[in-house]
Design a protein around this ligand. Structure first.
Ligand SMILES: [Zn+2]
Length: 76
């Protein structure tokens, strides 16, 4: 019974992919374009403690100051 259910699920999944593949691709490409247009991620922040430059996304913010790692931020 479980195998039959899985087979049905696979068939429905294939039908879904066949019918919605194009629209999904459009959505994905739009998302990629949105990511590219975002300037965020290239901003480098200097660590308050050791002076290492880290990207804004990776930086740890504590008391409105940037740190390169949890160690520098004094977090455990
Ligand atoms: Zn640091």
């Amino acid at each position: 019974m479980l195998i039959k259910f899985l087979a049905l699920a696979a068939i429905f999944f294939l039908i879904y992919i066949t019918f919605f593949k194009d629209s999904n691709k459009e959505v994905q490409s739009q998302r990629k374009q949105n990511k590219k247009s975002e300037p965020k991620g290239d901003v480098m922040m200097e660590c308050e403690k050791c002076g290492t430059f880290v990207s804004e996304d990776e930086a740890i913010i504590k008391d409105a100051k940037f740190y390169c790692s949890k160690k520098c931020a004094g977090l455990k």
